[in-house]
Design a protein around this ligand. Structure first.
Ligand code: HEM
Ligand SMILES: [Cu+2]
Length: 570
């Protein structure tokens, strides 16, 4: 079959045993994971192309596109990357976390195929609708805020895509149900538990999305004659924020999985980690309110309760994972005799393995860049200095790019090696790629934040530094930082293209590897009499203290900046 991508050897029952993870993998699961993963990579290519045109427009020295084209490109950038690249990967993750980890075949393969086909159709319709936008329709951007109209095909495409995603998720739920019915009777493995939390949040998000896009479609084709903009916003963020939470929880699940299989990490306390996933299920949705913090449509009390007090339940969960995962790496590696000193467990880790380095960069950058800024800007008063500026764009590139995209790149490398059974092409380049991407995109992201925070350069406008139409207000002071942003954005796009080059070359011309070659660092089946929590975790403790220090500093700095905006009193 197609370039021999789907022809692993299976026994008569359709199973094979993976010697990296020790899992019994059924052909049906593996092939569907591959198909969803490959489709996600195609979306990454399309969206990545538009990263280039969008960034080269905002870098006004280049000023690539005019206003109309800019909004079309920005919309395509957002939908292909934030929605299609992520959601196709997430369905693959559900299949890995569910049936694959449980050693089952994929139930309802027809539903999986139908779901995939429906999602692809939805994605194509959306791309077409955005690309052919013409007045009175507006390019939707991510939010398609009513009452600005977008093409009816856009709303229809969104509905089709969401229905497809729900259908594609069904086999995962059925696999869990089968496990409950016929399985060993024990509790679900942690990765499956994490995938289950992801799936619950996903279904909530998708149902919210169906509600909002059906509402908007009915209005756009004039079956109902008006749309309540405030209601639209609140319901939109159930899916708008919900999809980000799927990204987060899926990413955390991938962290547990990959640090274990390639880094020798273990779970120090199953109970604590599971509790954190449960906290997500209960509290994370309230975070949707943070998108309306500076919006007059909801009462201040509602905003403060949901975005602050209630949401801290989810923040706590993230902090627990942020401690539990490094602690698991530290203790797991010490137990395997790969410790030494305060940070020896970290410095002697398999840094040349791009699966490992991508995972670690994702953890660090998500925490320090995306996470801290998220909590800071999720605060009612501080939100005013972030919202609608490039700082917001900086924040979410810290989460969905430096965090999720980097982790998913690691996962794609892992799938190429252990499921497609290919050696990574261009070995050295493959090892360097996560460093290049995380490094350059890290700088570009920080610049977006500074440009927004220090100069209030607005987001979603194609030219402002030289000229804000209709005003003599000048933002030229932001130009030096814009130049740094532009250069690093370009470098980041090149590094992202290197990922695609390595991934596609490995698949098409990569050396086929015999399964026995693949050995996990630190070993998965490791015998030791000592329980993992007996081992020291002082390195992690120090890292956590550094994290807290940065957090406090960022908080103070933001309040300081806010206090500089205007003076109160006589
Ligand atoms: C090299 C990589 C990337 C670069 C240089 C880049 C650059 C940019 C820039 C400059 C903007 C803001 C434009 C504006 O508001 O005027 C933007 C918006 C956005 N980007 Fe990226 N981006 C990259 C990768 C990604 C990835 C991987 C994702 C998602 C996984 C993503 C998701 C988004 C979203 C959702 C928006 C906002 C769209 C809206 O305002 O509706 N970007 N990007
Ligand atoms: Cu959100």
């Amino acid at each position: 079959m197609i370039f021999g991508l789907f022809d692993n050897d299976y026994d008569d029952g359709g199973f094979r045993t993976c010697n990296v993870t020790g899992m019994d993998i059924h052909r049906t699961v593996e092939n569907h994971v591959k198909v969803f993963g490959l489709t996600a990579v195609v979306a990454l290519i399309v969206g990545g192309f538009f990263a280039l045109t969008v960034a080269m427009t905002r870098w006004e020295l280049v000023g690539l596109l005019d206003a109309d084209a800019f909004y079309i490109h920005l919309s395509l950038h957002a939908w292909n990357l934030l929605i299609f690249w992520m959601v196709f990967m997430e369905i693959a993750i559900l299949y890995v976390g569910g049936p694959m980890v449980l050693g089952r075949r994929l139930p309802l393969t027809k539903a999986a195929k139908a779901g995939w086909g429906t999602m692809v159709t939805g994605a194509l319709v959306i791309n077409y609708a955005i690309w052919t936008t013409s007045p009175p329709d507006q390019a939707p951007l991510l939010t398609s805020y009513a009452p600005m109209p977008s093409s009816p095909y856009f709303y229809a495409g969104a509905i089709i895509f969401l229905v497809g995603a729900v259908v594609a998720a069904l086999p995962f739920f059925v696999a869990l149900w089968q496990e409950k019915k016929w399985g060993s009777g024990g509790s679900l493995p942690l990765v499956t538990f994490g995938a289950f939390a992801t799936a619950i949040i996903a279904v909530e998000a998708l149902v919210g999305g169906l509600a909002v896009f059906i509402y908007a479609l009915l209005w756009r084709v004039e079956i109902i004659d008006s749309i309540d903009a405030a209601l639209y916003r609140q319901v939109f963020w159930i899916v708008g924020h919900g999809t980000q939470q799927i990204n987060l929880v899926a990413m955390v699940t991938v962290w547990y999985f990959l640090t274990h299989v390639v880094g020798g990490a273990e779970v120090v306390s199953e109970k604590v980690s599971r509790t954190a996933f449960v906290l997500y299920v209960f509290f994370i949705n309230m975070g949707a309110a943070h998108h309306l913090l500076s919006d007059p449509v909801v009462s201040t009390g509602w905003r403060i309760w949901n975005a602050s007090y209630a949401f801290y339940g989810a923040t706590l969960a993230s902090l627990i994972h942020a401690f539990a995962i490094p602690a698991g790496i530290e203790a797991g590696r010490r137990r395997r005799g790969k410790g030494g000193g305060l940070f020896g467990w970290l410095t002697n880790a398999p840094w040349k393995n791009p699966v490992f380095s991508a995972t670690i960069f994702s953890i660090i950058l998500f925490g320090f860049v995306g996470g801290i800024t998220g909590v800071v800007m999720g605060q009612l008063q501080l939100n005013m200095t972030w919202v609608r500026t490039m700082a917001t764009v900086g924040h979410f590139h810290g989460t969905v790019v430096l965090g999720t995209t980097v982790a998913f790149m690691g996962l794609v490398y892992f799938i190429i090696r252990t499921m497609f059974m290919r050696e990574l092409a261009f070995g050295r380049l493959a090892s360097a790629q996560p460093y290049l991407y995380a490094g350059t995109m890290g700088v570009a992201t920080l610049m977006l934040m500074y440009i927004g925070l220090l100069y209030s350069v607005p987001r979603r406008i194609h030219t402002v530094v030289r000229d804000i139409p209709g005003s003599d207000f000048s933002l030229t002071a932001a130009e030096p930082l814009m130049i740094i942003f532009g250069i690093f954005a370009l470098l980041a796009i090149v590094s992202g293209a290197l990922f695609l080059l390595v991934a596609l070359a490995s698949l098409l011309i990569g050396e086929r590897r015999v399964p026995a070659d693949i050995v996990p660092d630190g070993g998965v089946d490791f015998e030791s009499d000592e329980p993992v929590h007996k081992f020291e975790m002082r390195g992690t403790f120090v890292i956590t203290l550094i994290f807290m220090g940065v957090f406090v500093l960022a908080y103070i700095a933001n309040w300081y900046l806010l206090s500089q905006l205007w003076s109160i009193g006589p």
